[in-house]
Design a protein around this ligand. Sequence first.
Ligand code: XIL
Length: 373
Amino acid sequence: MMKKYSCILAVATTLLAGCLSTKKCFAQTIPSLKETFKKDFLIGTAMNGQQIEEKDTVADRLIKEQFNAVTPENIMKAEIIEPKWNSFNFDLSDKLVVFAAKNNIKVNAHNLIWHSQLPEFMRRMQSADSVKQYFEHHITTVAGRYNGKVYSWDVVNEALNEDGTLRNSIFLQKLGPDYIVQAFRLAQKASPDSKLYYNDYNIEQPKKRAGAIALIKKIQAAGLRIDGVGIQGHWRYDHVPMADIEESIKEFSALGIEVMFTEIDLGVLRNPWDNNTADVNATSKGDSTMNPYKNALPDSVAQKQAKAYAALFSLFLKYKKNVTRVTFWGVNDGQSWLNNFPIRGRTNYPLLFDRNFKPKPAFYSVIATVQDQ
Ligand code: XIL
C-alpha cells in the first residue's frame, strides 16, 4: 500500500493521486481550490472520523492541498463528544485541532446545540432543570476547551421550521424560546476568542430566511455577539435556488455579519419529497428510478452539474466581500452522506471529486469562475 503512495510526487501547487482503484499509479497536477480562491473566501470541507485520525491517506493529502477550512462532520456532535452525562470524549476533536494547526487550516466546530444526534441520556430528560443543567454545562465545557483553538462555532444548528417559526425541539420545549440567545451568551463567555455562528438549511427560502433574520436580530438586540450565518446548501444540481441565494446574501449581510455556505453538495438523485410525498418507503423500495446511476454518472449529468456549480461560485464571487467561507460537505462522492440520505444505499455524486479522488468536470468549472471575474 505504502509503495503505491510513494510515487505521488510532491509538486509545488497540487497533485492528485489516482492510485486507489487502479493498480497503475499516476500523479496529476491540478489547481488548488484554496489557492484559487485565496483572495475571495475560505474553502472548506467536512472531515469524517477516518480522515481526522489520518487513516484516509489520499483524502488527507487532498485536504491539505485543496482546503484551508474544515468542519468535523460528526465527531463534535453532542452524542459523540458527550455520550454520557459529564463524560466527554475529546480524543478526536483534540486531534482535529492539532491537524488543522499543523496545516494552517481553520476549524469550524460543529456544533454546540442541535436537536439531532443528541445522546440518549439527554433525549430522555424530563425536567426543565435537568435540560438547563445539561445545556449550560455542555456549552461551557466544550466551548471552553476549544476557545481560540477553533476558529469558529456553529453555536446553534437548525433551530427553525420551514415557515420561520422555532422548531419544537427538546430545547424549545424545556427552556423556552430564549434558549438560542442563551446559547450565544454562554458560548461567548466560554469562547471569547472564537467566532460564533448560526447555521441552518433552507434559510435562503423567504419564510425561513425571515425567521433567521428575526433570530439574529434578537441575539444582537441582547447585546451579544453573532459573527455570521451559515447557509448549509444541500441543493439538487438542477434546482439550485439562485435568486433566493442572492437575496439571502444581501439580507444577511445587511445585518453586519458574515455569510457562509457551510455544507455544499449538489446531489443528482431525486428525493421522495420531489413527488409530493414525505413517505420514504413509498418510493424507495424496488424503484430503480430513485437510484439511476448505480454504476457511473453519465457525462451529460456531470456537465450539467458542472454548470450549476459554476453558476453558484460566480454568485459567491460577485459577493466575495460578504461571503467569507464556502465548505463542501465531504471530500469525495463516495464519502458523502447523500449516499444514505434520505434513502439508504444509493449512489450519489454531489461533490467535486469522484470516488477515486479524481477531479470531476465540476471541479474545473469551479476553478474557471475565477478567471471569468
Ligand atoms: C450529517 C452527516 O453528514 C452524517 O454522517 C450523519 O449521519 C448525519 O448528519 N445538516 C448538518 C450536518 O448540520 O451535521 C448533517 O451531517 C447534515 C445536515
